[in-house]
Write a protein of this length. Structure first.
Length: 103
C-alpha cells in the first residue's frame, strides 16, 4: 500500500500536466473556430458569429439574409449555414453603396 501512496505526487503532477494540455488545446480549438490566427483574417462563422462580426443584432442580420437586396448568402455545411467574413465585408460595402444612391 505504501507504493501506491508514494506514487501520488507523480500522479498528481501528471494530472496537472494533462489539465494544462487540455486548456491549451481548448484555446487552440476556439481560435480555429473563430478564424483567429489566420493569415488573411478570413474564415467561416455561423449566423450568431456573423451578426457579431458585422456589429448588428440577430434580427437585423436576419433582415439582411431574407428581406434586403442584396441579401447575405451563406453555404450549407452539414445542415448549418456558415458565412465567410470576406462575403460579409462585400455585402456591407455593396449595401452601403446601394443605400447611398438617390431615389
Amino acid at each position: 500500500m505504501l507504493g501506491g501512496i508514494a506514487a501520488l505526487p507523480q500522479v498528481l503532477e501528471l494530472v496537472q500536466a494533462l489539465q494544462r494540455e487540455i486548456a491549451y488545446l481548448r484555446a487552440e480549438a476556439r481560435a480555429a473556430c473563430s478564424g483567429a490566427g489566420r493569415e488573411n483574417g478570413d474564415g467561416w462563422i455561423d449566423a450568431k458569429g456573423a451578426a457579431g462580426y458585422m456589429g448588428v443584432c440577430a434580427s437585423t442580420f436576419d433582415k439582411y439574409r431574407y428581406e434586403t437586396t442584396p441579401r447575405i448568402t451563406g453555404s450549407a455545411i452539414d445542415g448549418k449555414i456558415l458565412y465567410k467574413k470576406s462575403d460579409l465585408d462585400l455585402f456591407i460595402r455593396t449595401y452601403d453603396a446601394k443605400s447611398r444612391r438617390p431615389l
